[in-house]
Design a protein around this ligand. Structure first.
Ligand SMILES: *[C@@H]1O[C@H](CO)[C@@H](O)[C@H](O)[C@H]1NC(C)=O
Ligand SMILES: *[C@@H]1O[C@H](CO)[C@@H](O)[C@H](O)[C@H]1NC(C)=O
Ligand SMILES: *[C@@H]1O[C@H](CO)[C@@H](O)[C@H](O)[C@H]1NC(C)=O
Ligand SMILES: *[C@@H]1O[C@H](CO)[C@@H](O)[C@H](O)[C@H]1NC(C)=O
Ligand SMILES: *[C@@H]1O[C@H](CO)[C@@H](O)[C@H](O)[C@H]1NC(C)=O
Ligand SMILES: *[C@@H]1O[C@H](CO)[C@@H](O)[C@H](O)[C@H]1NC(C)=O
Ligand SMILES: *[C@@H]1O[C@H](CO)[C@@H](O)[C@H](O)[C@H]1NC(C)=O
Ligand SMILES: *[C@@H]1O[C@H](CO)[C@@H](O)[C@H](O)[C@H]1NC(C)=O
Length: 715
């Protein structure tokens, strides 16, 4: 072997060894490079950030899509739909599959939930850590895109969810329909709390409404060493993350989270179509996720932009038609109502504010002046019972029709001044209301009705003598107050039993005072109108048309006799001799048997002296000579026994005198008839008066005027 050959062999040997080493080295390097590159790539994957999704670097499932401006729209207005969006690559959460430690991670995202309705929505948004990219077989609605009925709660799921839950599912123990929760492998939250945040300065808890449609930010942080998970929520208009998390849960995720997992979002709609949006998202393993740049996030769509055209083409016309018809019917209703409740209110009335009632209030109080509420119909109008809506106070409303506006001012002034009268035995006038052609007077309600009913119309109860005597004294005292005790003299003008009302304790109360004046005012001064009730009208009153305290006393006399005898002043169906009560009582008295006239209903249960006193007083007041009548002050004194009654004879009363006087009264009516318009107010009981001269009673102007046909007349 030559040396050259040996050298060649050595060189070849060396070369091949060198090459071999080099190759080994190369492969080693290559493997190292791959390893380094691979691990570099892997570590890059552990950290990402999206301010908007224009890059579309997410893997979508269900109906999720990217909007043109880069919003991740998980669901739209379609119902019963699921939307998923996952980061396409796996995330390594552990060093090895059976490591007992999960890496720490941190993520933050901005979301918004826009529902078609302000208070209803789909099922919310969830941040999901799952073993697969997407969640197969997950159901919408009930199992909001993460689970189904067989795998809910199953530990093989390996799913961690942070839910922004907007539907309360009681079967999963949801606390409300607006909460944040941490769910592990199932929908029963490991921890949840109502949506909101703790403000940094005061630490005060602030409620948030997930479905408000406003953008909000969520932070989810997990510490793999401390094994603690924090979830924080905040509106994006506050700066930075609140210091105190909304949820802080101690949980070891190492058994749940596998070595590599996918992260993403899931949403679902139920029976309400809802848009679930994600505007930005960042994530980091083993570190703080990069803060989102809020200013770079895509803008949320204006609320209901797509609907504009629908609004214009369909809804607007419909809405306008509805509005117009509503406006028209509203106007019609309003006008009808106005007409229904129209009142007459003149400037001069403004000072009577407190005495004036609203017609509407009276209308409501009397249930629309229902027949059922009718208490009675008298000479001046119909009286209704009512309950004032605001105070529940019981009232009686008298509707008086009046045609003339003339004199109304004076009359109302008088009404108001009468309203100031206060006496236990007067029915309190509370106020009035005026409408076209109508005046309404509001009185205290007297539960036991009028004395007239009790005395004459098969009463529910009969008044014993004690009651009657108390009523008589009460009325006398009320009348005395009107005549003498008040600041000015008030002539009642229409004292009669039907104007005496009984209160709850059967006290007599005089009502309707001053009302007769209504027909004095506003009438043609050329014609004389006498207002009152036949049988109670003093002769001189009929003659002159002038009412005085003395004519009131005359009427009070008739009232006394009526109460004691239980008969009307002019008894319609009686024997002719008994027709005129005064005559009859007088006849009985002159025969020395005044007790024969006493009401048989009293069954002789009475105090003789009192009955005799009342009847004699009745005769005394019925004297045709006004000056011979006592004053109400004297009447009261007699009734109270303060002074003794004088004997009737000493007052010059004789049987013939009384009879003559009475007849004279009726003749006057007949004779003055041509001047007087006559209105029969109540001719339901046609009385007959014998002795009235028919020759005087039928001039053409008063066809109605047959004295015998009058019981209650307004002349
Ligand atoms: C919702 O999205 C799906 C899929 O993109 C589409 O088929 C559907 O029409 C959308 N629904 C509405 C109401 O926009
Ligand atoms: C994973 O492994 C790396 C290096 O091998 C080590 O530094 C780290 O602490 C491990 N992390 C966990 C969570 O075990
Ligand atoms: C994982 O655990 C199994 C037994 O539980 C063990 O045999 C194996 O070596 C472990 N692997 C690592 C990478 O720790
Ligand atoms: C529920 O989901 C699991 C997988 O997560 C699947 O195996 C199962 O068939 C599903 N059940 C129903 C009823 O869809
Ligand atoms: C979820 O919570 C509900 C109500 O608290 C309970 O009835 C149900 O058994 C729970 N389900 C699971 C899987 O824990
Ligand atoms: C927050 O909401 C709860 C329940 O909805 C309510 O009770 C509470 O008063 C609210 N707090 C604030 C500060 O509005
Ligand atoms: C969770 O919040 C608590 C209280 O603010 C804090 O002490 C803890 O460090 C937080 N943990 C994580 C993982 O952020
Ligand atoms: C009078 O009215 C009151 C109150 O309504 C009632 O309780 C009482 O029974 C009435 N009296 C009579 C005798 O009807």
């Amino acid at each position: 072997m030559t040396s050259t050959t040996i050298n060649r062999l050595i060189r070849r040997e060396v070369l091949s060894r060198v090459w071999g080493e080099r190759l080994v080295m190369f492969f080693k390097l290559a493997i190292l490079a791959v390893y380094i590159l691979g691990s570099f790539a892997a570590s890059q994957d552990q950290n990402f950030s999206f301010n908007g999704f224009l890059s579309k670097k997410l893997s979508l499932g269900g109906i999720a899509e990217f909007t043109s401006n880069g919003i991740l729209q998980l669901t739209n207005a379609s119902r019963q739909q699921v939307g998923h969006a996952f980061y396409p690559d796996t995330i390594r959460f552990k060093n090895s599959s059976n490591s007992s430690t999960t890496f720490s991670f941190s993520t933050t995202f901005v979301f918004a939930i826009r529902s078609a309705y302000p208070t209803l929505s789909g099922h919310g948004i969830a941040f999901v850590i799952a073993p697969t990219r997407g969640i197969p077989h997950a159901l919408p609605s009930h199992y909001p895109g993460f689970f189904n009925e067989t795998n809910n709660g199953n530990s093989n799921n390996h799913i961690v969810v942070v839910e922004l839950d907007t539907i309360q599912m009681r079967e999963f123990g949801d606390i409300n329909d607006n909460h944040v929760g941490i769910d592990i492998n199932g929908l029963n939250s490991s921890m949840s709390y109502p949506a909101g945040y703790y403000a940094n300065n005061g630490g005060q808890f602030q409620n948030l409404t997930l479905i408000s449609g406003k953008a909000m930010q969520v932070w989810v942080e997990y510490n793999g060493v401390d094994k603690q998970m924090n979830v924080t929520l905040a509106p994006i208009n506050i700066v930075g993350k609140p210091n105190k998390p909304l949820l802080s849960l101690s949980v070891d995720l190492s058994s749940v989270i596998e070595e590599t997992m996918y992260v993403g979002f899931s949403s679902s709609t139920g029976s309400v179509g809802t848009s679930h949006y994600v505007l930005g998202w960042s994530f980091k393993i083993n570190g703080q996720a990069q803060e989102l740049s809020l200013s770079q996030l895509p803008k949320l769509p204006r609320i209901g932009p797509k609907k504009t055209s629908r609004v214009l083409t369909i809804e607007l016309p419909v809405i306008s038609i509805v509005l117009v018809s509503a406006a028209i019917s509203g106007a019609v209703y309003y006008i009808r109502r106005r007409r229904k409740f129209a009142e007459v209110l003149e400037d001069w009335e403004l000072c009577y504010g407190t005495h004036r009632f609203k017609y509407k209030a009276l209308y409501i109080a009397t249930k629309g002046f229902r027949e059922k509420e009718l208490l009675g119909a008298g000479g001046f109008g119909r009286v209704y019972r009512g309950v004032l809506p605001s105070s529940k106070f019981e009232i009686a409303v008298k509707r008086v029709s009046h045609e003339s506006r003339q004199g109304m001012k004076e009359f109302v002034a008088e009404i108001v001044s009468i309203g100031r009268l206060r006496h236990w035995n007067l029915v309190q006038l509370l106020g009035y209301c005026r409408r076209i052609g109508e005046l309404l007077l509001v009185y205290d309600y007297m539960p036991n009705g009028s004395l007239d009913k009790v005395l004459h119309d098969q009463p529910m109860f009969s008044l014993n003598w004690n009651h009657r005597f108390r009523v008589i004294k009460g009325v006398a005292s009320g009348l005395f107050y009107l005549h003498e005790e008040w600041e000015q003299v008030v002539v009642h003008r229409d004292v009669k039993v039907s104007n005496v009302l009984l209160d709850g304790e059967l006290n007599g109360r005089l009502g309707d005072f001053g009302l007769a004046r209504l027909y004095d005012h506003g009438t043609d001064p050329q014609t004389t109108r006498v207002v009152g009730t036949l049988g109670y009208l003093a002769p001189e009153h009929m003659r002159t048309g002038k009412a005085t305290t003395s004519t009131d006393v005359y009427a009070f006399g008739a009232f006394l006799l009526e109460v004691a005898c239980g008969r009307r002043p002019i008894e319609p169906r009686a024997q002719s001799e008994n027709l005129i009560l005064v005559d009859w009582v007088f006849a009985c008295w002159s025969r020395g048997d005044i007790r024969r006239a006493v009401d048989p209903n009293l069954d002789a249960n009475y105090v003789v002296e009192e009955v005799e006193l009342v009847m004699k007083l009745g005769l005394m007041c019925s004297n045709s000579e006004p000056s011979a009548r006592p004053s109400m002050r004297q009447v009261l004194q007699y009734l109270e026994g303060e002074i003794a009654m004088p004997e009737l004879t000493s007052l010059g009363i004789s049987a013939t005198g009384l009879t003559f006087t009475h007849r004279e009264g009726f003749d006057d009516v007949a004779m003055s008839c041509p001047k007087m318009p006559v209105r029969v107010v109540d001719n339901s009981v046609p009385p007959q008066v014998s002795g009235a001269d028919p020759g005087h009673t039928s001039p053409p102007a008063c066809t109605l005027l047959s004295v015998g046909q009058m019981t209650e007349l307004i002349f």
